[in-house]
Write a protein that binds this ligand. Structure first.
Ligand SMILES: [Fe+2]
Length: 293
């Protein structure tokens, strides 16, 4: 069963030198953790990137080449942006569990959302050169991730927080995440047209972990370069919210046991909830069937 020990953020913050990142999350609403701080080698990111490209091809039938982009005019019709979102990636292999349980991610997410936060989304993004038919400067409109909770918010207690693993270089030209520093402290949504002039790119080399607050105004810039931007992202939510993608009861014990932090993973997957029935129950009127309640 899951560990009942409280998450000791302070120990990880000290061990990995995360104090400045904690301060940035509070002041700016976003922080970029470099590969050296994560203590991960290139092969870790290669494996993740290649798995995303493989899943993208399996699900769409389109080959995604890092240098040349999609193998066909995929997403170049009028009004299309030039990216694809692949959901429920946690089902696609252990590598997608590793991005959830890395100790630096765990510490920074716990700083924003407290203990017992949940995985809300396990998505990969593959983005290619923005088609000429897309006229906007941003390819993802400015929004906040916690907009399903009406304001007023309190910036110290976000309902949602997000992580983006940059698996290719993130520059403005390469279609980076765009954000408005400090906007989480406004505790409201941006007005139409308000955020773009105030925005800056989250520029980061491949191998970086970008973490940000659910009240931060953000979007993404158009990609003016060929090739791909590949990102693994994961919104997380507090325990009183139902995740957008619910993994409870759907992840094999073998994957959980193979994790370096199975207790935390169970918490992320809602496997530690006490207020819900967890044993299989009969569906009334349908003999022989059962569901996880
Ligand atoms: Fe977002």
């Amino acid at each position: 069963m899951q560990s009942e020990r409280p998450i000791n953020i302070e120990q990880t913050v000290s061990e990995y030198g995360l104090a400045d990142h904690i301060a940035e999350l509070d002041e700016i609403g976003l922080t970029i953790v470099p590969q050296s701080t994560l203590r991960l080698d290139d092969s870790w990111f290669d494996e993740l990137r290649d798995a995303i490209l493989r899943v993208g091809e399996e699900r769409t039938g389109v080959h995604f080449d890092l240098v040349t982009g999609p193998s066909c005019e995929f997403g170049a019709r009028p009004g299309e942006i030039g990216h694809i979102i692949l959901s429920h990636m946690l089902y696609e292999g252990q590598v997608f569990e590793k991005v959830l349980t890395h100790p630096v991610k765990k510490a920074l997410m716990t700083h924003m959302l407290g203990e017992d936060h949940r995985l809300a989304v396990s998505d990969a993004w593959i983005k290619w050169q923005t088609p000429e038919t897309w006229l906007e400067e941003s390819t993802t409109g400015f929004h906040v991730d916690q907009s399903m909770v009406p304001p007023p918010w309190h910036w110290r207690v976000p309902h949602i927080a997000n992580m983006n693993w940059a698996l290719t270089d993130y520059t403005r030209e390469d279609g980076a995440l765009a954000y408005v520093p400090g906007s989480h402290r406004k505790e409201r949504l941006p007005e139409p047209g308000e955020a773009l002039p105030l925005s800056v790119p989250a520029e980061a080399p491949r191998g970086s972990l970008i973490m940000f607050h659910g009240g931060l105004w953000h979007g993404a810039y158009r990609k003016t370069t060929p090739g791909l931007r590949v990102t693994m992202l994961g919104q997380h939510c507090r325990s009183y919210m139902l995740p957008f993608q619910d993994f409870k009861g759907r992840v094999a014990d073998e994957m959980i046991e193979a994790s370096e932090d199975p207790g935390y993973l169970r918490s992320l997957l809602r496997e530690n909830e006490r207020q819900l029935r967890v044993d299989p129950v009969e569906v009334p009127g349908i003999p022989g069937t059962s569901v996880s309640g």
